[in-house]
Design a protein around this ligand. Structure first.
Ligand code: HEM
Length: 293
Protein backbone atom coordinates (compact mmCIF):
# COMPACT_ATOMS: atom_id res chain seq x y z
CA UNK A 1 0.00 0.00 0.00
CA UNK A 2 1.40 3.47 -0.93
CA UNK A 3 1.95 6.15 1.72
CA UNK A 4 -1.01 8.21 0.53
CA UNK A 5 -3.35 5.19 0.57
CA UNK A 6 -2.16 4.57 4.09
CA UNK A 7 -3.19 8.01 5.34
CA UNK A 8 -5.59 7.92 8.30
CA UNK A 9 -9.15 9.20 7.71
CA UNK A 10 -8.61 12.60 9.37
CA UNK A 11 -9.06 15.39 6.76
CA UNK A 12 -5.99 17.12 8.19
CA UNK A 13 -3.90 14.29 6.77
CA UNK A 14 -5.08 15.04 3.21
CA UNK A 15 -2.65 16.92 0.92
CA UNK A 16 -3.22 20.69 0.58
CA UNK A 17 -5.44 21.03 -2.51
CA UNK A 18 -3.62 24.00 -4.06
CA UNK A 19 -0.01 23.16 -3.21
CA UNK A 20 -0.29 19.38 -3.31
CA UNK A 21 1.74 19.05 -0.16
CA UNK A 22 2.27 21.44 2.76
CA UNK A 23 5.91 20.77 3.56
CA UNK A 24 6.71 20.91 7.25
CA UNK A 25 3.14 21.42 8.46
CA UNK A 26 2.29 19.29 11.46
CA UNK A 27 -0.72 18.88 13.71
CA UNK A 28 1.03 20.90 16.43
CA UNK A 29 2.29 23.71 14.19
CA UNK A 30 -1.04 24.11 12.33
CA UNK A 31 -3.17 24.18 15.49
CA UNK A 32 -0.58 26.10 17.53
CA UNK A 33 -0.88 23.47 20.24
CA UNK A 34 2.22 24.56 22.22
CA UNK A 35 0.94 28.18 22.29
CA UNK A 36 -2.54 26.99 23.30
CA UNK A 37 -1.20 24.85 26.13
CA UNK A 38 0.87 27.75 27.47
CA UNK A 39 -2.24 29.89 28.03
CA UNK A 40 -3.44 28.33 31.29
CA UNK A 41 -1.71 30.40 33.94
CA UNK A 42 -2.58 30.15 37.61
CA UNK A 43 -3.27 33.16 39.83
CA UNK A 44 -3.27 31.11 43.06
CA UNK A 45 -0.06 30.69 45.01
CA UNK A 46 0.68 27.88 45.73
CA UNK A 47 -1.28 26.66 42.64
CA UNK A 48 -4.71 25.30 43.64
CA UNK A 49 -5.52 21.93 42.06
CA UNK A 50 -8.92 23.00 40.63
CA UNK A 51 -7.76 26.27 39.09
CA UNK A 52 -6.70 24.44 35.90
CA UNK A 53 -10.27 23.20 35.44
CA UNK A 54 -11.62 26.71 36.07
CA UNK A 55 -9.31 28.32 33.49
CA UNK A 56 -9.78 25.56 30.91
CA UNK A 57 -13.57 25.64 31.01
CA UNK A 58 -13.71 29.42 30.64
CA UNK A 59 -11.21 29.39 27.76
CA UNK A 60 -13.19 26.61 26.04
CA UNK A 61 -16.36 28.75 26.37
CA UNK A 62 -14.63 31.76 24.85
CA UNK A 63 -13.41 29.67 21.87
CA UNK A 64 -16.92 28.37 21.23
CA UNK A 65 -18.36 31.91 21.63
CA UNK A 66 -15.95 33.00 18.90
CA UNK A 67 -17.29 30.34 16.54
CA UNK A 68 -20.92 31.07 17.47
CA UNK A 69 -20.43 34.76 16.64
CA UNK A 70 -18.73 33.88 13.35
CA UNK A 71 -21.62 31.61 12.36
CA UNK A 72 -24.31 34.07 13.49
CA UNK A 73 -22.73 36.73 11.26
CA UNK A 74 -23.08 34.28 8.35
CA UNK A 75 -26.70 33.64 9.32
CA UNK A 76 -27.33 37.39 9.12
CA UNK A 77 -25.70 37.61 5.68
CA UNK A 78 -27.90 34.76 4.44
CA UNK A 79 -31.02 36.42 5.89
CA UNK A 80 -30.14 39.73 4.22
CA UNK A 81 -29.96 37.87 0.89
CA UNK A 82 -33.29 36.09 1.48
CA UNK A 83 -31.45 32.75 1.57
CA UNK A 84 -33.83 31.32 4.13
CA UNK A 85 -32.81 27.67 3.87
CA UNK A 86 -29.11 28.57 4.15
CA UNK A 87 -29.71 30.79 7.22
CA UNK A 88 -31.55 27.97 8.89
CA UNK A 89 -28.89 25.40 7.96
CA UNK A 90 -26.11 27.59 9.40
CA UNK A 91 -28.08 28.06 12.61
CA UNK A 92 -28.17 24.29 13.19
CA UNK A 93 -24.42 24.32 13.91
CA UNK A 94 -24.88 27.11 16.46
CA UNK A 95 -27.66 25.16 18.16
CA UNK A 96 -25.49 22.05 18.45
CA UNK A 97 -22.60 24.04 19.96
CA UNK A 98 -25.00 25.64 22.42
CA UNK A 99 -26.25 22.24 23.57
CA UNK A 100 -22.64 21.36 24.34
CA UNK A 101 -22.18 24.65 26.22
CA UNK A 102 -25.25 24.00 28.36
CA UNK A 103 -24.06 20.53 29.44
CA UNK A 104 -20.40 21.54 29.82
CA UNK A 105 -21.10 23.89 32.76
CA UNK A 106 -21.78 20.86 34.98
CA UNK A 107 -18.13 19.77 34.89
CA UNK A 108 -17.69 22.49 37.52
CA UNK A 109 -19.87 20.51 39.92
CA UNK A 110 -16.94 18.13 40.38
CA UNK A 111 -15.30 20.97 42.35
CA UNK A 112 -16.27 21.28 46.01
CA UNK A 113 -17.17 24.69 47.51
CA UNK A 114 -14.13 24.33 49.75
CA UNK A 115 -11.76 23.64 46.84
CA UNK A 116 -13.11 26.69 44.98
CA UNK A 117 -12.28 28.83 48.04
CA UNK A 118 -8.63 27.81 47.64
CA UNK A 119 -8.33 30.14 44.64
CA UNK A 120 -11.52 32.27 44.41
CA UNK A 121 -10.04 35.27 46.25
CA UNK A 122 -7.10 35.33 43.84
CA UNK A 123 -9.53 35.96 40.93
CA UNK A 124 -11.24 38.97 42.51
CA UNK A 125 -12.39 41.34 40.84
CA UNK A 126 -12.41 39.40 37.53
CA UNK A 127 -15.93 38.20 36.64
CA UNK A 128 -18.09 36.65 33.89
CA UNK A 129 -19.62 40.14 33.69
CA UNK A 130 -16.53 41.07 31.69
CA UNK A 131 -16.99 38.42 28.97
CA UNK A 132 -17.18 40.61 25.88
CA UNK A 133 -18.12 37.71 23.64
CA UNK A 134 -21.04 36.60 25.84
CA UNK A 135 -22.47 40.13 25.60
CA UNK A 136 -21.83 40.08 21.87
CA UNK A 137 -23.92 36.90 21.59
CA UNK A 138 -26.70 38.63 23.55
CA UNK A 139 -26.50 41.85 21.51
CA UNK A 140 -26.43 40.10 18.13
CA UNK A 141 -29.37 37.91 19.20
CA UNK A 142 -31.48 40.92 20.25
CA UNK A 143 -31.04 40.92 24.04
CA UNK A 144 -29.69 44.38 24.73
CA UNK A 145 -29.03 46.08 28.04
CA UNK A 146 -26.40 48.78 27.40
CA UNK A 147 -26.09 49.40 31.17
CA UNK A 148 -24.09 46.15 31.32
CA UNK A 149 -21.35 47.84 29.29
CA UNK A 150 -20.19 49.45 32.55
CA UNK A 151 -18.60 46.12 33.51
CA UNK A 152 -16.44 46.08 30.37
CA UNK A 153 -13.13 47.92 30.28
CA UNK A 154 -13.75 50.48 27.52
CA UNK A 155 -10.00 50.83 26.86
CA UNK A 156 -9.94 47.16 25.84
CA UNK A 157 -9.63 46.99 22.03
CA UNK A 158 -12.21 44.19 21.93
CA UNK A 159 -14.86 46.41 23.55
CA UNK A 160 -15.04 48.31 20.22
CA UNK A 161 -16.61 45.17 18.68
CA UNK A 162 -19.25 45.20 21.38
CA UNK A 163 -20.19 48.83 20.70
CA UNK A 164 -20.39 48.03 16.97
CA UNK A 165 -22.77 45.17 17.75
CA UNK A 166 -24.96 47.57 19.71
CA UNK A 167 -25.14 49.89 16.70
CA UNK A 168 -25.94 47.07 14.21
CA UNK A 169 -29.32 45.43 13.63
CA UNK A 170 -29.81 42.24 15.62
CA UNK A 171 -30.90 38.83 14.30
CA UNK A 172 -34.40 39.71 15.51
CA UNK A 173 -34.52 42.83 13.33
CA UNK A 174 -33.22 40.83 10.36
CA UNK A 175 -35.89 38.18 10.96
CA UNK A 176 -38.71 40.74 11.07
CA UNK A 177 -37.40 42.51 7.95
CA UNK A 178 -37.30 39.14 6.21
CA UNK A 179 -40.88 38.43 7.31
CA UNK A 180 -41.99 41.75 5.81
CA UNK A 181 -40.26 40.89 2.50
CA UNK A 182 -42.00 37.50 2.56
CA UNK A 183 -45.43 39.15 2.84
CA UNK A 184 -46.10 39.03 6.60
CA UNK A 185 -47.48 42.31 7.92
CA UNK A 186 -45.32 42.62 11.03
CA UNK A 187 -43.87 45.74 12.61
CA UNK A 188 -40.13 45.81 13.35
CA UNK A 189 -39.67 45.62 17.16
CA UNK A 190 -37.28 48.19 18.69
CA UNK A 191 -33.73 46.99 19.42
CA UNK A 192 -34.04 48.05 23.06
CA UNK A 193 -37.00 48.12 25.42
CA UNK A 194 -40.49 46.68 25.13
CA UNK A 195 -42.56 46.68 21.96
CA UNK A 196 -45.85 48.60 22.12
CA UNK A 197 -49.08 46.65 22.88
CA UNK A 198 -50.34 47.57 19.37
CA UNK A 199 -47.25 46.11 17.68
CA UNK A 200 -47.43 42.99 19.84
CA UNK A 201 -51.03 42.38 18.71
CA UNK A 202 -50.17 43.15 15.06
CA UNK A 203 -47.21 40.75 15.12
CA UNK A 204 -49.14 37.99 16.87
CA UNK A 205 -51.83 38.20 14.20
CA UNK A 206 -49.33 38.19 11.33
CA UNK A 207 -47.27 35.35 12.78
CA UNK A 208 -50.36 33.26 13.48
CA UNK A 209 -50.45 32.49 9.71
CA UNK A 210 -46.86 31.19 9.78
CA UNK A 211 -47.61 28.88 12.72
CA UNK A 212 -51.08 27.86 11.52
CA UNK A 213 -49.74 26.83 8.10
CA UNK A 214 -46.04 25.90 8.63
CA UNK A 215 -45.99 23.84 5.42
CA UNK A 216 -46.81 26.96 3.35
CA UNK A 217 -43.55 28.69 4.33
CA UNK A 218 -41.58 25.77 5.62
CA UNK A 219 -38.05 27.23 5.47
CA UNK A 220 -39.21 30.47 7.09
CA UNK A 221 -41.02 28.52 9.79
CA UNK A 222 -37.91 26.39 10.43
CA UNK A 223 -35.77 29.52 10.67
CA UNK A 224 -38.19 31.13 13.17
CA UNK A 225 -38.24 27.96 15.28
CA UNK A 226 -34.44 27.69 15.16
CA UNK A 227 -34.22 31.24 16.51
CA UNK A 228 -36.63 30.30 19.30
CA UNK A 229 -34.36 27.34 20.06
CA UNK A 230 -31.33 29.67 20.11
CA UNK A 231 -33.22 31.89 22.59
CA UNK A 232 -34.10 28.77 24.61
CA UNK A 233 -30.48 27.56 24.65
CA UNK A 234 -29.33 30.89 26.10
CA UNK A 235 -32.04 30.60 28.78
CA UNK A 236 -31.05 27.00 29.53
CA UNK A 237 -27.41 28.04 29.84
CA UNK A 238 -28.41 30.81 32.28
CA UNK A 239 -30.45 28.36 34.35
CA UNK A 240 -27.71 25.72 34.55
CA UNK A 241 -25.03 28.37 35.24
CA UNK A 242 -26.97 29.88 38.15
CA UNK A 243 -27.58 26.45 39.70
CA UNK A 244 -23.85 25.63 39.47
CA UNK A 245 -23.04 29.03 40.98
CA UNK A 246 -25.47 28.36 43.84
CA UNK A 247 -23.87 24.98 44.52
CA UNK A 248 -20.43 26.55 44.65
CA UNK A 249 -20.93 29.88 46.45
CA UNK A 250 -24.48 29.77 47.85
CA UNK A 251 -25.76 33.30 48.43
CA UNK A 252 -22.37 35.02 48.49
CA UNK A 253 -21.94 38.08 46.22
CA UNK A 254 -20.15 37.71 42.88
CA UNK A 255 -16.58 38.83 42.22
CA UNK A 256 -18.05 41.30 39.70
CA UNK A 257 -19.93 43.10 42.48
CA UNK A 258 -23.43 41.72 41.86
CA UNK A 259 -25.58 39.96 44.47
CA UNK A 260 -24.61 36.66 42.77
CA UNK A 261 -27.39 34.07 42.55
CA UNK A 262 -30.07 36.71 43.15
CA UNK A 263 -28.82 38.80 40.19
CA UNK A 264 -28.38 35.76 37.93
CA UNK A 265 -31.92 34.54 38.76
CA UNK A 266 -33.26 37.91 37.62
CA UNK A 267 -31.86 37.25 34.11
CA UNK A 268 -33.80 34.01 33.65
CA UNK A 269 -36.66 35.62 31.74
CA UNK A 270 -34.59 37.63 29.23
CA UNK A 271 -35.98 36.68 25.83
CA UNK A 272 -35.15 37.98 22.36
CA UNK A 273 -38.27 36.61 20.63
CA UNK A 274 -41.20 36.98 23.08
CA UNK A 275 -43.82 37.14 20.33
CA UNK A 276 -42.51 33.98 18.66
CA UNK A 277 -42.81 32.26 22.04
CA UNK A 278 -46.33 33.62 22.52
CA UNK A 279 -47.77 32.95 19.07
CA UNK A 280 -48.22 29.20 19.53
CA UNK A 281 -50.61 29.96 22.38
CA UNK A 282 -52.92 31.72 19.92
CA UNK A 283 -53.55 28.55 17.89
CA UNK A 284 -56.69 26.62 18.69
CA UNK A 285 -57.47 22.97 17.99
CA UNK A 286 -60.91 23.94 16.64
CA UNK A 287 -59.28 25.93 13.82
CA UNK A 288 -57.24 22.91 12.91
CA UNK A 289 -59.55 19.95 13.50
CA UNK A 290 -62.95 21.69 13.44
CA UNK A 291 -65.45 21.49 16.30
CA UNK A 292 -66.83 18.08 17.23
CA UNK A 293 -70.41 18.34 18.35
C1 HEM B 1 -17.21 28.33 39.69
C2 HEM B 1 -17.89 28.65 38.61
C3 HEM B 1 -18.62 29.96 38.42
C4 HEM B 1 -19.06 30.83 39.37
C5 HEM B 1 -19.00 30.71 40.89
C6 HEM B 1 -19.65 31.94 38.66
C7 HEM B 1 -20.25 33.01 39.27
C8 HEM B 1 -20.84 34.06 38.62
C9 HEM B 1 -21.50 35.17 39.26
C10 HEM B 1 -21.68 35.32 40.76
C11 HEM B 1 -21.93 36.01 38.30
C12 HEM B 1 -22.65 37.35 38.48
C13 HEM B 1 -21.72 38.49 38.20
C14 HEM B 1 -20.74 38.78 39.33
O1 HEM B 1 -21.11 39.45 40.29
O2 HEM B 1 -19.57 38.34 39.21
C15 HEM B 1 -21.56 35.42 37.03
C16 HEM B 1 -21.84 35.96 35.81
C17 HEM B 1 -21.47 35.42 34.61
N1 HEM B 1 -20.74 34.26 34.44
FE1 HEM B 1 -20.21 32.94 35.84
N2 HEM B 1 -19.57 31.70 37.31
C18 HEM B 1 -18.92 30.51 37.13
C19 HEM B 1 -18.62 29.91 35.92
C20 HEM B 1 -18.83 30.49 34.69
C21 HEM B 1 -18.45 29.91 33.44
C22 HEM B 1 -17.78 28.55 33.21
C23 HEM B 1 -18.78 30.79 32.48
C24 HEM B 1 -18.55 30.58 31.03
C25 HEM B 1 -18.33 31.53 30.16
C26 HEM B 1 -19.38 31.94 33.12
C27 HEM B 1 -19.86 33.08 32.50
C28 HEM B 1 -20.54 34.09 33.10
C29 HEM B 1 -21.19 35.17 32.38
C30 HEM B 1 -21.20 35.35 30.88
C31 HEM B 1 -21.77 35.99 33.33
C32 HEM B 1 -22.64 37.22 33.07
C33 HEM B 1 -24.10 36.77 33.04
C34 HEM B 1 -25.13 37.89 32.86
O3 HEM B 1 -24.87 39.05 33.22
O4 HEM B 1 -26.24 37.58 32.37
N3 HEM B 1 -19.40 31.71 34.46
N4 HEM B 1 -20.92 34.25 37.24
Amino acid sequence: MSESENRPGCPMSAPHPSKGFNEGLTYNSYLKVPELLALQQYESEPPAHDELLFITIHQAYELWFKLILFELDSVIEAMKGDEIYEASRLLQRVLQIEKLLVSQIHILETMTPRDFLRFRAALNPASGFQSIQFREVEFVTGIRDPSLLKHIDQTDDDSRRLRERLESPSLRTHLYELLVRQGFEVGIPPEEGELTPEMRTQNLEALWRLYRYPEANFHLYTLAESLVEHDQNILLWRFHHVRVVERLIGTKPGTGGSSGVEYLSSTLERRAYPVLWEVRGTLSDEEIYGTHE
